[in-house]
Design a protein around this ligand. Structure first.
Ligand code: F42
Length: 372
């Protein structure tokens, strides 16, 4: 099991950087930064993280292809890959419908849009010229002006190593030797690729991720929601001649840990309330959540009474939409996810009653036991 952490850049970037450094020191492998137009910019945040960390991998969690052209996204994440010395991951999804309405943008053909965007970004990352006429995007000879090639051992490569490999492939001269693994750098051992993860919930989007993506970020925390999701991903993967093992299945979960279970739950109550009211009836039914209980939350939200909102969250809602409790409880929940095929847990909002203490608590009492 891998552990990642999510931050929403709704506070000063220096604070996000400090929390990421703490996560890095404490064994989290990935940091994911959410992307909404009204928060600090995701790439500015990732730049600051890249310059101030050493090993943690970093991704957009997730950007979209409605507000931003795939060509712009391809260059932006490749820039982060260069600054971070090969640690970037692209997370991309259909985007937030409610936000787009505020910006006067339409949300047409989300599935087709993401499919074309991911294909375009892959081509651009390979350094190829993009000539493409799709039903959403058209590209006429677009090409990125820079590359971030890696050796297959993970080491970043300089241009002269790539040039030498190309010449050697034509029988002109010898390839250079990698400083890190000591093996020759040949055209066969050069990787021009940034992992692409798709944010997905719907059956078709999950299947598309199975066909195209290196990983899927699924906004859920209960095994019941992953059972059908993994089935959809598997179908998509198999239709493209891939295996489920090729895809990093990630639980992008609301999480709240503290040695005091009640404190952990209280910290998660508002997040759970928002997930509940935003969930379709099919998901509410799956978890036995009654309509009248959801109505109580909506009523309290309408009055702006957040105390009543938190009080209205039922045990079924906590169970369905968050992993909140002490370490023993969280470990049991993560084991349940692992059993059905989840490979990565992203510890998302609220993380705990106090983010700093929660990161240390999770590292010591949850990540360590998993790594033993
Ligand atoms: N959104 C953000 O804007 N910012 C974030 O930081 C963010 C983070 C995030 C993290 C994890 C995650 O899973 C999602 C996240 N999201 C974030 C939300 C994400 O951007 C998507 O909105 C979210 O994943 C919803 O996607 P979905 O998988 O439910 O897909 C929607 C669009 C859907 O309706 N899917 C249907 C399905 O079955 O999967 C397919 C719909 C379809 O087939 N459409 C046709 C087509 O061509 O697209 C057209 C149909 C027609 O009639 O027009």
């Amino acid at each position: 099991m891998k552990f990642g952490i999510e931050f929403v850049p709704d506070s000063n970037i220096s604070k996000i950087v400090a929390l990421t450094q703490l996560a890095e020191e404490n064994g989290f492998e990935n940091v994911w930064i959410t992307d909404h137009y009204n928060n600090r910019n995701v790439y500015a945040t990732l730049t600051a993280i890249a310059l101030n960390t050493k090993i943690i991998k970093m991704g957009t969690g997730v950007t979209n292809a409605v507000l931003i052209s795939p060509a712009w996204t391809a260059a932006a994440i490749q820039t982060i890959n260069e600054i971070s010395k090969g640690r970037a991951i692209l997370g991309i999804g259909a985007g937030d419908k409610a936000t787009f309405a505020k910006l006067g943008l339409s949300f047409e053909k989300p599935l087709t849009r993401i499919k074309e965007a991911v294909q375009a970004i892959k081509t651009l990352h390979q350094g190829k010229k993009l000539d493409f006429e799709g039903s959403v995007f058209t590209f006429k000879g677009a090409k990125l002006g820079f590359q971030t090639p890696k050796h297959n051992c993970g080491a970043m490569l300089k241009n002269k190593a790539v040039k030498a490999a190309k010449k050697a492939a034509k029988g002109k001269g010898e390839p250079m030797v990698c400083d890190v693994c000591g093996k020759p750098i040949t055209t066969d051992t050069i990787i021009n690729k940034i992992p692409i993860y798709m944010g997905a919930q719907g059956p078709k989007m999950l299947a598309l991720a199975g066909q195209l993506a290196d990983g899927v970020l699924i906004n859920a925390s209960h095994p019941k929601d992953f059972e059908s999701a993994i089935k959809n991903i598997k179908e998509g993967a198999e239709s493209a001649g891939r295996s489920l093992n090729d895809i990093d299945i990630t639980a992008y979960a609301s999480f709240s840990a503290d040695q005091d279970s009640n404190a952990a739950k209280n910290a998660a109550a508002i997040v759970v309330a928002f997930i509940t009211v935003g969930s379709p009836p099919i998901v509410l039914d799956r978890h036995g959540i009654k309509k009248e209980d959801v109505d109580k939350i909506n009523e309290a939200l309408g009055k702006g009474d957040f105390g009543a909102v938190a009080q209205s969250v039922t045990p079924e809602m906590f169970e369905a939409f968050t992993i909140a409790g002490n370490a023993d409880y969280c470990i049991e929940r993560i084991k349940g996810l692992e059993k059905i095929g989840v490979n990565q847990v992203v510890v998302g909002s609220p993380i705990g009653p106090d983010k700093k203490s929660a990161i240390k608590y999770i590292a010591e009492n949850i990540i360590k036991p998993f790594k033993l």
